[in-house]
Design a protein around this ligand. Structure first.
Ligand SMILES: [Zn+2]
Ligand SMILES: [Zn+2]
Length: 249
């Protein structure tokens, strides 16, 4: 992960978030109507859920075995999210678990501010391990190698259908999802003003859909279910009913 790469990430975040802030006024200026906006917001949340489960619970932690349709849905979510290629996500997140809140953690509040995290200015001076299993899966390997080409193709397809649909697709979806990811990665690692793990509130489940149970996840990273006797994990429910070949643990 070079600093040039980090600079490109920051530019992407600034451009897409600026466009995201303008997206809803621009949508109505272009003649957009409420039903399409509601439908696109539902699509946005679905892509947020599929990409989060795909990047995190499936590819990084292998906490469940997906069926073929589940795999396709998650890969679609990952490509549509415009966040990062799967391989980079997996390397960075495995390092986050291995070196949690130490100097070698790629994105700990111990090392960077909330704003730096939001700009994607992660710690690039960390030991990462290439996930060799990617090479054994031709579809995954193809998506990983062609991540930004596939993403561009999808963006151009939506743009060719309708400009007003596009502005509430990629810019709005990315800026909302990225803010939620950064909120999680920062505030679930700050407890009582000090660096430390915690579960976020049940209210945040509306945006994080199970990922808010972050301390539970760090305690048992191989488990697909982040819930416990008092907290329900919507993401795990979704995996069990729509993505996995068998019930999860
Ligand atoms: Zn964490
Ligand atoms: Zn994790």
């Amino acid at each position: 992960m070079s600093s040039k790469y980090t600079q490109l990430v920051t530019i992407k975040i600034l451009l897409l978030t600026s466009a995201g802030i303008m997206s809803i006024p621009l949508y109505f200026y272009l003649g957009g109507e409420w039903p399409l906006l509601v439908a696109m917001l539902i699509l946005n949340r679905s892509i947020g859920l599929l990409s989060s489960i795909g990047y995190h619970r499936w590819l990084t932690h292998k906490s469940f075995e997906p069926h073929f349709v589940g795999k396709i849905l998650m890969l679609f979510g990952i490509v549509a999210s415009s966040i990062v290629s799967p391989c980079r996500y997996v390397m960075s997140h495995r390092a986050h678990h291995k070196y949690t809140d130490t100097e070698q953690d790629p994105h700990s509040p111990r090392n960077i501010t909330f704003f730096q995290m939001w700009l994607g200015q992660f710690n690039s001076n960390i030991p990462v391990v290439f996930p060799k299993e990617f090479l054994k899966d031709p579809l995954l390997s193809f998506v990983d190698k062609n991540y930004w080409r596939l993403n561009l193709l999808l963006q151009l397809t939506v743009l060719s259908i309708s400009v007003k649909m596009y502005v509430i697709f990629t810019p709005l979806m990315f800026s909302m999802n990225w803010f939620a990811v950064v909120w999680l990665n920062y505030f679930a690692h700050v407890s009582n003003g000090k660096v430390g793990l915690r579960n976020l509130s049940s209210f945040s489940a509306l945006f994080l859909m199970g990922e808010e149970l972050h301390k539970n996840h760090h305690d048992y990273p191989a488990r697909c279910n982040f819930g416990d006797s008092t907290r329900f994990d919507f993401g795990n429910w979704f995996v069990t009913h729509f993505l996995a070949i068998s019930p999860t643990k």
